[in-house]
Design a protein around this ligand. Structure first.
Ligand code: ADP
Length: 463
């Protein structure tokens, strides 16, 4: 019997489309095809792989309005953000189309004149990717582009909530001539597809963006076949506003960092840590602007904050807000909802909480929603201690115009991505990734193609 995933519009709860779940046998066959085709794709020369990636990027650009609409329909994010994501997604393809031509090896001086030492790079093999619903285009291209550029074949399982954007991107890749077996998409439930990927001898690498518990299980399950793994996992980003910060910049960038995608990004500021001497001004300006944000259906032109993805996400946000209030937090704005469990839509109005203390759930569990908890500090070391007090280490932000304080914060914050007076640090040319339980490996930049390459060393003797 054919099983279907119902893809729903998070703004209305309506079913947009039904997508077929691939059977175990179909997934096995897809992995086998990807593995067989690897031997051909790795030999396609780098300039041709680069050309194909560039024309894929162009094709996505040509269809960006349509792709953005599909993305908004299935993910809920405002249309402008979906368009922004399409551009962001292609920026990775463009970057790795260039990097395909720069997979340099090297020669190393030998200790004997009769020897030569030569190092070269080769693709790891078939790559299996599992992607999340919050960035259905960019999280796919950030993996597919370096994999294809390196000469790996690629198969992706998108999140059940948002398969349509990914399916469209793969369709366009095939349309411009990237071979069907070089890039494939399959659909299914994560818990069922995960083991099929990790146990398969065809797959040489697993790359995943999603929650830390699922990432940990994928790492464990990859051990038996010693696969390469790249993991972009959860975060709990601190955002520090120092005494000498430019308050207007800090306010605008906090809003940019926190409310993009309704707070559902792994690098969203999750804790705002403000110097006690400037709290009043910062909080006043922040809440004034937040109160003006338009919450609604992402298809409406003026919407700035869309719905949260589903009931599970909504329940978690509400429980964190209630827990904070029960323990004495003060609501400065928000704590309002427009949700209907029957219909299946969930809007959370941007919320700011003050007098938050470190024991509250919101200060250590990832929120994934439009809520700002504010806590205060006096000495910069106290801010660093609060910021680093988490098993996560993905993103951190700080605002200061004092270069000594800024340098000190940069040196002491244990996070892989840091924004200094910048709430939007992601870029295709920069290495994105987390420390501690936030992940393994980096995506973007020259670092982002390394995980798709093996290093091979040749020693030539008897010369
Ligand atoms: P969220 O709870 O925010 O949806 P997940 O980590 O569960 O985050 O989901 C991210 C991706 O991981 C999705 O594609 C999902 O289908 C997949 N996934 C969920 N559970 C598993 C699992 N046990 N093994 C492999 N992939 C999984």
């Amino acid at each position: 019997m054919t099983e279907l995933i119902q893809v729903k519009n998070p703004a209305t709860g309506e079913v947009i489309q039904e997508v077929k779940i691939d059977t175990e046998k179909e997934i096995y066959e897809a992995l086998k095809r990807g593995n067989n085709y690897f031997q051909e794709w790795r030999n396609v020369n780098a300039y041709e792989r680069s050309r194909l990636l560039k024309s894929w990027s162009q094709k996505i650009h040509d269809n960006k309005e349509k792709i953005a609409e599909v993305m908004t329909l299935e993910s809920g994010k405002p249309l402008q953000e979906s368009l922004g994501e399409v551009n962001y997604a292609t920026s990775y393809i463009d970057w790795y189309a260039e990097e395909a031509k720069r997979l340099y090896g090297r020669t190393i001086p030998a200790a004997s004149e009769t020897k030569r030492i030569i190092v070269s790079k080769q693709p790891v093999g078939l790559v299996a990717a599992i992607t999340p619903w919050n960035f259905p285009a960019a999280m796919m291209t950030r993996k597919a582009a370096p994999a294809l550029a390196a000469g790996c074949t690629f198969i992706v399982k998108p999140a059940e909530e948002t398969p349509l954007t990914t399916m469209k991107l793969v369709e366009l890749a095939h349309e411009i001539g990237i071979p069907e077996n070089a890039v494939q998409v399959i659909n299914g439930r994560g818990s069922e597809v995960g083991p099929l990927f990790t146990e398969s001898d065809f797959v040489r690498k697993i790359t995943f963006t999603g929650s830390t518990p699922v990432g940990k299980s994928l790492i464990k399950n990859s051990a038996d076949t010693v696969k390469h793994v790249s993991m972009e996992l959860g975060g709990h980003a601190p955002l520090i506003v120092a005494e000498d910060a430019e308050i207007d910049v800090a306010v605008d960038q906090t809003i940019a960092s926190k409310f993009r995608n309704a707070g559902q990004t792994c690098i969203c500021a999750n804790r705002v840590i403000v110097h006690d001497s400037i709290t009043e001004e910062f909080v006043g300006k922040l809440t004034e602007k937040i109160n003006k944000l338009k919450v609604g259906n992402g298809l409406k032109k003026d919407t700035q904050v869309g719905p949260v993805i589903n009931e599970k996400g909504y329940d978690k946000i509400v429980s964190q807000i209630n827990d904070a209030i029960d323990q004495g937090a003060e609501v400065l704005c928000g704590n309002r909802y427009d949700a209907d469990k029957e219909q299946g839509y969930f809007f959370v109005h941007p919320t700011v909480l003050q007098h938050v203390d470190l024991d509250m759930k919101i200060m250590h569990e990832e929120t994934f929603g439009p809520v700002i908890p504010i806590t205060l500090f006096h000495d910069i070391d106290q801010a660093i201690e609060i910021a680093n007090n988490t098993p996560f280490g993905l993103a951190a932000y700080f605002f200061t115009d004092n270069y000594k304080i800024g340098t000190y914060l940069h040196d002491h914050l244990d996070f892989g991505v840091i924004g200094w007076n910048d709430g939007a640090p992601s870029a295709a040319q920069a290495p994105f990734g987390g420390m501690k339980e936030s992940g393994l490996g980096r995506e973007g930049g020259v670092e982002g193609i390394e995980p798709y390459l093996e290093t091979k060393y040749l020693s030539v003797g008897g010369l």
